[in-house]
Write a protein that binds this ligand. Structure first.
Ligand SMILES: [Zn+2]
Length: 268
């Protein structure tokens, strides 16, 4: 197997570290060896599971060894003294491949991008959305508003339009299969409510419609992933995600408080 098709014609690339500016430290050959090890042990690794041994990003790993399956209560999250949807660009990090994001989430996405390139996929996305960018349904509630979520598209090589014309095609694609299998090692997850009903990704089973914000479904950004590892381990969020988890549990226990906003807080 070759994870960078170029190596088929030019084997000398096996000894090269591609795109070191994105944080790659392994040569193509080393990466392939590493990936095969992960692949062979993947059958025994539960989704949202053991992150020990992965060191994709300083904040990708979770000391307790488990990632939550989504970031709870993003609407109650803020960082750097700013509220959801009101984070200034100066506080974030910008990359053309991901837009503005929390710096640690952005760095972890750089690594996803580079790994995807090695696998032959060109995955790019859009991270932060301000309160003004978001529609009324998700204003101030989405994890995009804290720069911890990114919607991902796969483009036709050399062009700016999406490779997949329908959400069905997008979710049945090898790129989505790769995302499912790969993002956790960088501290990201695909939340169940961001996948079509019944769709499997690791141990998560889709409960949503995927790629849709309100009534608008974007084939151009079908997939949504969240930097759970950053939310759980970065000092900017210390104590906040725990509080949000308790808040969400309380809401679930008491159905009378589970109004439309409970659904909206999980919106893309
Ligand atoms: Zn999204």
């Amino acid at each position: 197997m070759h994870y960078w098709p170029k190596t088929l014609d030019e084997p000398e690339w096996m000894g090269v570290v591609p795109m070191p500016e994105y944080g790659n430290r392994l040569t193509v050959g080393q990466y392939q060896e590493h990936w095969l090890e992960q692949y062979e042990s993947a059958g025994t690794t539960p989704s949202g599971g053991d992150m020990s041994g992965f060191c994709g990003s300083a904040y990708a790993t979770w000391a307790g060894g488990r990632l939550l399956d989504h970031i709870p209560g993003c609407r109650n999250l803020g960082w750097g003294g700013y509220l959801n949807g009101h984070i200034p660009h100066e506080a974030m990090r910008y990359r053309p491949i991901s837009g503005w994001m929390h710096p640690a989430a952005s760095e972890a996405f750089d690594q996803i991008y580079a790994a995807a390139q090695l696998a032959g996929f060109d995955l790019r996305g859009n991270g932060y959305r301000s309160a003004d960018d978001n529609g009324a349904a998700t204003r101030g509630k989405s994890c995009h508003g804290v720069g911890l979520a990114i919607d991902i598209a796969v483009l036709v090589p050399g062009h700016t339009w999406s490779k997949y014309r329908t959400l069905d095609q997008a979710f049945a694609s090898p790129e989505f299969a790769w995302l499912c299998a790969s993002v956790e090692r960088y501290g990201y997850v695909v939340p169940a409510y961001e996948m079509p009903e019944g769709m499997r990704c690791g141990n998560s089973i889709g409960t949503g419609i995927g790629g849709c914000v309100g009534e608008v479904c974007g084939v151009s950004e079908a997939w949504h992933i969240e930097a759970v590892g950053v939310a759980m381990t970065h000092p900017d969020f210390e104590g906040k995600v725990d509080a949000a988890t308790r808040h969400a549990r309380r809401k679930r226990r008491n159905p009378h408080t589970r109004g439309p906003d409970f659904v909206a807080q999980n919106a893309t």
